[in-house]
Ligand binder design. Structure first.
Ligand SMILES: *Cc1c(COP(=O)(O)O)cnc(C)c1O
Length: 389
């Protein structure tokens, strides 16, 4: 069967991202029965690899659905009517979490900043001091739609000092930031394979602290017998090596391949590669006379680079032109940020000078095609000069 649309030459979007040939190859292996001893061994190995990627000894649960599943599962497993949840909002995903908080009967207390800014830990401290009955805190680590990061280490420290449990969306943080669930008091941390890990979409990677497990057990009644239940995974996989339901076998193969590639490179080096390519990307963007979306260099994320829409250029026209004329797929603004910025992706294998050079070259040419005064090569040149030696 052929598709009417030409497929892109390069997918440099905000996730799902292109995966390596190794991931694709592993995903084509025969599908094992999930109680085949080989699959049990493989699933256990993948959970162990996830622990190493997160740099944690906390329990790991692989929920069998896109990361939104685990974000909702954390809410459903923890929140009860009457609970107050401090919801930190620096972008679309932070804002959206209030929906799960209210859906499970809890009360969101919102602390919001403009969507090109990051949460100020001082304000978190003040909010927890002002309302000592706050029980939970939810925060997005890497706000992919805003291309910014929040200081979750400082936030976690403050939460812990107030006896508040944290739910951290680090879906695009894993792989682009060095994590420390124990050190940073991340009680439930959620990542996805389809962002900086360069894996397939379709799984939630969750780490759970002992305190979070206890809170789930204290929930009245504890959430069990549900696709959203983290306790079901603990009582089956973590204690008995059985499954509450059939895992997405091929996707687990793909995740294993992506994790092995990350760990062979080394978690520190893998993260540093994302950080260094993002830095170079920002220098390239600035050299083109464009404005970075993030208010400050220190809060610019390493998963994607957000660029404010230049005057006179329409977001859909620019992205459409890059995709149709040059076969390069990038991402736009999302939700209430639609039309205000575009995002250059550098996750997984795209966190590489070759992808960065191609992306900036096509961006420059596309802007020139659309009548923007740019000097061809200026962005690529600046980015290549900015690359770490
Ligand atoms: C990608 C992502 C998710 C997962 O959401 P989808 O809309 O299903 O892709 C959640 N949080 C953040 C910060 C993400 O980047």
């Amino acid at each position: 069967m052929t598709s009417a649309k030409q497929w892109p030459a390069l997918t440099l979007a905000a996730g799902p991202v292109e995966v390596s040939p190794r991931v694709l190859r592993e995903q084509s292996r025969p599908i094992l029965y999930h109680y085949d001893p080989a699959f049990i061994e493989l699933f256990g190995q993948v959970c162990h690899l996830v622990q190493r990627a997160f740099r944690t000894k906390y329990d790991v649960v692989l929920m069998q659905g896109e990361a939104i599943l685990a974000l909702e599962a954390a809410a459903a497993s923890l929140f009860e009517p009457g609970d107050k949840v401090l919801n930190l909002v620096s972008g679309i995903f932070g804002k959206g979490y209030a929906h799960f908080i209210t859906k499970y009967g809890a009360e969101p207390v919102e602390l919001a900043v403009p969507y090109n800014e990051a949460i100020d830990p001082g304000q978190v401290e003040a909010a927890l001091e002002a309302q000592p009955d706050i029980k939970y805190l939810s925060v997005v680590h890497s706000e992919t739609p805003s291309a910014t990061v929040n200081p979750i280490e400082a936030i976690g420290r403050i939460a812990k000092a107030h006896g508040v449990l944290t739910i951290v969306d680090t879906v695009s943080g894993l792989g682009s930031e060095l994590l420390s669930p124990e050190g940073w008091n991340m009680d439930v941390a959620i990542a996805g394979p389809q962002k900086c890990l360069g894996g397939p979409p379709g799984l939630s990677l969750v780490t759970v602290s002992p305190a979070a497990w206890e809170a789930m057990e204290r929930h009245r009644p504890p959430l069990r017998g549900s696709f959203l239940s983290l306790l079901d995974w603990r009582d089956s996989w973590l204690t008995k090596k059985t499954f509450p339901y059939t895992p997405s076998v091929s996707t687990v193969y793909g995740l294993e391949a992506a994790l092995l590639a990350m760990l062979e490179e080394g978690v520190e080096r893998y993260v540093e590669r994302h950080q260094s390519i993002a830095r170079a990307c920002r220098r390239g963007v600035e050299a083109l006379g464009l404005k970075l979306w993030a208010a400050r260099e220190a809060i610019a994320g390493a998963a994607v680079t957000g660029v404010a829409m230049p005057d006179g250029v329409n977001d859909k026209v620019l992205r459409g032109h890059m995709r149709e004329r040059y076969g390069v797929m990038i991402s736009g603004g999302y939700g209430e940020l639609a039309g205000q910025l575009f995002r250059l992706g550098h996750m997984g294998q795209a966190a590489h000078p070759a992808y960065l050079a191609a992306q900036l070259a096509i961006l420059e040419r596309s802007l020139a095609d659309l009548g923007v005064a740019v000097e061809l090569g200026a962005g690529v040149g600046a980015a290549m000069r900015a690359l770490d030696a």
